[in-house]
Design a protein around this ligand. Structure first.
Ligand SMILES: Cc1ncc(COP(=O)(O)O)c(C=O)c1O
Length: 397
């Protein structure tokens, strides 16, 4: 079937929860993907920060193949080799002492929120349960994570939302301090906001949050679903800021494209979860965690973090040059290979024009072009994409 036929069939049988672009992708390799009609695209979206290693990384493919031949799934009633291996790898390379596995970012955040409440419940007999989150945050689509997501557009039609959440502006430590009261149990924050427009923390902000948490005896939770796994040039985004959370969530790129989520936690809080308190049928399943071991190993051993820092720095400086040329570019920001270009106008048509020219990019919040290429992207590929972006921006009125 060609693209048109697939799209017609999709409209008739797949729920309409996505405003899709008119392409049907069928194959990927490294930084490139191809649609069913054979058209090639350079991918600066990477499955929305999932394909950090590039598409179909050979080590991930091999790990999936080998694991699929041995054991695809067993229950968490039993110990699972690759789950243990992945947990050990994550603990060795982070602040964490323990890991809980699940299947998505929302589910990881659900786990983190439940853990924070459980820990507080035991300490204060239910007195502390409230979670503070930031305006423009994005934490997922389940009821708790949707409520944690402080963006009204996602809440519409779903009331009543879950009780126990409070919102404050991003990058305003005083607002957090003022919001903490005797009911607060945790602060949940993306170290860099992704969906909210690639918003970076200002100097000292995350440190101030850590101080507030320590002072008040509450937990600091970092949602690194989008910015973890090397995206910022360090394995975990928190490493850039010298601030260690109590709990950290991962998903997206953790298993190189296989669905997975994880809650990383310090031993001081891990006791909050006792057997039976939290679970997931597929969480930490042999296939996903075997892919995870291969993905984390590849990120660490194949120079991807270095490449991310080098190409990310180059990319950012090229975008800053572009800002001088186009008055409708209000700001350029980001870290590593999560970069945003804020426009004073709608960016939707720019994404479509770029797609027609063979480049997948994204626009978030309506006016922030977001670039999330695989961590293996080269300066040459960045240059190639920017030639087209420059041409498209010249047509913008
Ligand atoms: C920071 C952040 N948290 C959570 C999520 C939700 O992840 P998932 O779609 O896997 O549930 C996302 C998804 O974009 C995200 O960017």
């Amino acid at each position: 079937m060609n693209s048109k036929e697939w799209m017609e069939l999709s409209e008739s049988v797949v729920a309409h929860t996505y405003a899709r672009y008119p392409i049907v992708l069928s194959r990927g390799k490294g930084t490139r993907v191809w649609d069913v009609d054979g058209k090639e695209y350079l991918d600066f979206l990477a499955g929305l920060a999932v394909c950090n290693l590039g598409h179909c990384h050979p080590k991930v493919v091999k790990a999936i193949q080998e694991q699929a031949e041995r054991l695809i799934h067993v229950s968490n009633f039993y110990y699972i080799e690759s789950q243990i291996r992945l947990a050990r790898l994550l603990c060795e390379h982070s602040f964490a002492d323990k890991v809980f596995f699940c299947n998505s970012g929302a589910e990881a955040n659900e786990g983190a929120l439940k853990l924070a409440r459980k820990v507080a419940h035991e300490k204060t007999q239910g007195g502390r349960y409230e979670i503070i989150t930031m305006d423009r945050s994005f934490h997922g689509r389940t009821f708790a994570t949707l409520t944690a997501t402080a963006q009204e557009k996602y809440h519409k039609g779903y009331s009543p939302l879950m009780p126990g959440f409070k919102y404050v502006p991003f990058n305003d430590a005083k607002a957090v301090r003022d919001a903490v009261d005797s009911k607060t149990c945790a602060i949940l924050i993306e170290p860099i906001q992704g969906e909210g427009g690639v918003n970076c923390p200002s100097e000292g902000y995350l440190k101030a949050l850590r101080e507030i948490c320590d002072e008040k005896g509450i937990l600091l939770i970092f949602d690194e679903v989008q910015v973890g796994m090397g995206r910022t040039g360090k394995l975990f985004a928190y490493e850039n800021y010298g601030v260690v959370p109590d709990i950290l969530t991962l998903a997206k790129s953790l298993a190189g494209g296989v669905p997975i989520g994880a809650v990383l936690m310090k031993k001081e809080v891990s006791g909050g979860f006792k057997p039976g308190d939290h679970a997931s049928t597929f969480g930490g399943n042999p296939l996903a965690t075997a892919a995870g071991v291969a993905a984390v190993t590849a990120i660490l051993e194949e120079g991807m973090l270095e490449n991310c820092r080098k190409v990310g720095g180059y990319f950012l400086s090229r975008l800053q040059e572009m800002k001088k040329k186009f008055p409708f570019i209000a700001d350029v920001r980001g870290k590593g290979l999560i970069l945003g270009v804020e426009l004073t106008l709608d960016g939707g048509s720019i994404v479509k024009d770029m797609m027609q020219r063979g480049y997948l990019i994204n626009c978030t919040m309506g006016n922030v072009l977001r670039f999330l290429p695989p961590l293996i992207v080269t300066e040459k590929e960045v240059d190639q994409m920017l030639v087209s972006l420059n041409e498209v921006l010249q047509t913008v009125k």
